[in-house]
Ligand binder design. Structure first.
Ligand SMILES: Cc1ncc(COP(=O)(O)O)c(C=O)c1O
Length: 376
């Protein structure tokens, strides 16, 4: 089996599986319990929080809140900030639905959403908007786009944005870049989202960085765990797994990125040789995500043919909207509508390797010889 859909979810590091299994057996007590078993877990969670803040290069007095997912982290910020009708959110409609859907929901109650264009974000030239800049209260950017793989220069953009919109809270969806490409919290970033299952950790656990002195209304009410930011018994074993997956990813970040870059460039050369008409529409991308267009070939058909040979890739993000071949994310990414059905996303993890690529090439070659007559 060859799994090249790692932008959706990665396999777990074996060490992470072992740690979680061991912890599930031993750490059954409740971290909020006022006895030794509970206190040990609580103290450990505090240490993990401090460790995440350290890895992010930020103040140890800031907050790191464990959530169930990056979806929850994004929703906590977008729904939890107090905004009044007429106030403005700046965002990019090509970002993940866990960003765009809650923003669109807020727009139904009088909040104004104004979109960045893909070009201004990529070129780092933000065009002034014809608005009262003091009314901009929230800005959301993604570090790495989950569809195109584009990496934004977050430092440059957020510094510019804070100057233009000094009253805005700046939130970064760091899910697809964290642990893969260097990322630090700079002084202009107010919050950021993370997910374990994109970096060799388990599903069901995410993180939310929040600058000290900031409060966001909790999504969940109850026991007031995690300084009242998020009620729910902390998923101790998953937190432990998330922490270990992060340490492993960060430790080998540079060497992993360079071997995945080699893998991606070999794949591109191979595909270009096979399919002269192929397009790689994006530049400045993560080595982990390759988005491509094969004109004339429906990605659904290719996906199915590859799946028959136990090769798993994807067409678009697992969560993006697809209505009769039209895709609003691809539109925002400036992909012409006539190609929306021809987009394929091949995404790697730190565990992807040259043997897998070799098998992929052999299978792809055979499939291609049967369907290449379809290419216009
Ligand atoms: C950029 C981005 N943000 C947010 C999410 C949502 O993450 P989760 O699956 O942890 O809710 C994803 C998942 O694909 C993503 O790629």
């Amino acid at each position: 089996m060859i799994y090249f859909d790692n932008a959706a979810s990665t396999p777990l590091y074996p060490e992470v599986i072992a740690t979680i299994c061991d912890s599930l057996t031993k750490d059954f007590a409740n971290p909020s319990s006022n006895h030794r078993l509970g206190r040990i877990q609580k103290e450990q969670i505090d240490l993990y929080q401090k460790d995440f803040l350290k890895l992010l290069g930020t103040d140890s007095a800031d907050h790191f809140i464990f959530t169930s997912s990056a979806t929850e982290s994004n929703n906590t910020i977008i729904n939890g900030l107090e905004l009044k009708p007429g106030e403005i959110i700046l965002y990019f409609s090509g970002d993940h639905k866990s960003v765009t859907d809650p923003i669109e929901k807020r727009m139904n109650s009088g909040i104004i959403g104004i979109e960045f264009s893909f070009e201004e974000l990529i070129n780092e030239k933000l065009s002034p908007k014809n608005i009262n800049t003091d009314n901009v209260k929230l800005i959301v950017l993604s570090f790495v786009n989950n569809q195109s793989g584009n990496i934004l220069n977050i430092d440059n953009l957020t510094i510019q944005l804070k100057k233009m919109y000094c009253k805005a809270h700046i939130h970064i969806d760091a899910v697809q870049g964290f642990g893969k490409i260097p990322f630090k919290i700079n002084s202009t970033i107010d919050s950021a989202s993370f997910a374990a299952h994109k970096i060799g950790g388990p599903k069901g656990i995410g993180g939310l960085y929040l600058k000290k002195d900031h409060r966001v209304g909790p999504l969940l009410l109850g026991g007031g765990q995690q300084a009242e930011f998020r009620s729910s018994t902390e998923a101790f074993s998953l937190i432990k797994g998330f922490h270990l997956a992060t340490l492993l990813s960060v430790r080998d970040m540079q060497s992993n990125a360079s071997s995945i870059e080699t893998l991606q460039s070999e794949l591109k050369s191979f595909l270009k040789l096979q399919i002269p008409q192929i397009q790689f529409p994006f530049q400045f991308t993560s080595p982990y995500i390759l988005c491509l267009i094969i004109p004339g070939i429906s990605s659904d058909i290719l996906l199915r043919l590859l799946e028959e040979k136990q090769i798993y890739v994807s067409s678009t993000s697992a969560c993006s909207s697809r209505i009769k071949g039209f895709n609003s994310v691809l539109k925002a990414l400036v992909i012409p509508e006539k190609f929306h059905k021809n987009v394929l996303r091949i995404s790697f993890s730190t565990m992807s390797n040259i043997d897998e690529l070799q098998y992929f090439k052999e299978v792809f070659k055979a499939i291609w010889s049967e369907i290449n007559y379809l290419v216009k």
